[in-house]
Design a protein around this ligand. Structure first.
Ligand code: AMP
Length: 285
């Protein structure tokens, strides 16, 4: 695996690979890699000829009161993990390389960025779509792999590439969970064993919702209420939202039917967690 730190060099490597007819598959990450990230990389390796992973903790997607300064960094371990699974290139630019002094151009998917996560993290998706566009321009991927863990992010990226006619295929892979059901996340590193146990309540609430639907409940508000009740029974939790929406426009649905996603954000002590489950009603629940 080759480590690349400059935009110029990454662009050169990508251009040569494209000229040689190689299919580039790309996985953007913010590092602190875990099995969830690795599952994306495995998928990318299957789909392309050359696999490029980026590690860049993107400052523009963090709000002023968010955890940018304490975002976990485990660069040497990350590098080892990526080398072990035989990634071709690791692109790890520094902040000035991506946002030089005087930087002022942003890409926004307007409506979809305002809802769900966007309501609580107003600048988040503008930062995500801007950095992903920049990374796409540098890396020129044929395929880019994202995780269902960040459901809204995946929906927004798909919309963005459609809207701006970007020639890349967006692939979304399932959420990787701990045995306990807790969705893997770089932020789980902040937790001790006891907190991890409490953090499982997000998944438990999703499973409870799924069971209610399987048992015939069709009222979205009743499902949300019962999830809310379960979450409030766990100490240290503060619910931000539970939403049941369609998978394209992210509009809330009232009656459970068709394809939809239940997503939620919960603070557990000082850490903000998100999780979701996508359901198609004709699925056997
Ligand atoms: P991050 O480093 O948190 O920006 O995540 C990079 C990519 O990994 C995003 O596309 C995430 O959705 C994905 N990802 C993070 N956690 C998981 C997980 N538990 N399962 C699957 N994908 C994940």
């Amino acid at each position: 695996m080759k480590l690349i730190k400059t935009v110029n060099q990454m662009q050169k490597v990508a251009t040569l690979a494209k000229k040689a007819g190689h299919k580039i598959s790309f996985v953007p990450t913010m590092g602190a890699l875990h099995e969830g990230h690795i599952s994306l990389v495995r998928k990318a390796k299957k789909l392309g000829d050359i696999t490029i992973v980026s590690i860049f903790v993107n400052p523009t997607q963090f709000g002023p009161n968010e955890d940018l300064s304490k975002y976990p960094s485990t660069f040497d371990g990350d590098k080892r993990k990526l080398k072990e699974i035989d990634v071709d290139y690791l692109f790890a630019p520094n902040i000035d390389m991506i946002y030089p002094k005087g930087y002022e151009t942003y890409i926004t998917v307007e409506k979809l960025s305002l809802t769900l996560e966007g309501e609580f993290r107003p600048v988040h998706f503008r930062g995500v779509t801007t950095v992903v566009t920049k990374l796409f321009n540098i890396i020129q991927p044929d395929i880019a792999v994202f995780g269902q863990k960040d459901f809204q992010q995946a929906v927004i990226i798909k919309k963005m590439v459609a809207d701006i006619n970007y020639p890349v295929k967006i692939v979304v892979t399932p959420i990787v969970r701990e045995k306990s059901g807790l969705a893997m996340s770089s932020r789980n590193r902040y937790f001790n064993v006891e907190q991890r146990e409490r953090a499982c309540v997000l998944y438990k609430s999703l499973i409870q919702a799924k069971k209610m639907i399987a048992d015939g409940e069709r009222s979205a508000s009743k499902i949300r209420q019962s999830m809310q009740r379960l979450i409030s029974e766990t100490s240290g939790t503060k619910l931000e939202y539970i939403a049941i929406t369609d998978n394209i426009e992210l509009m809330p649905i009232r009656k459970i039917q068709g394809k939809f996603t239940i997503s939620l954000a919960v603070w557990l002590d000082e850490v903000r967690l998100i999780d979701n489950i996508s359901i198609t009603l004709k699925d056997k629940l």
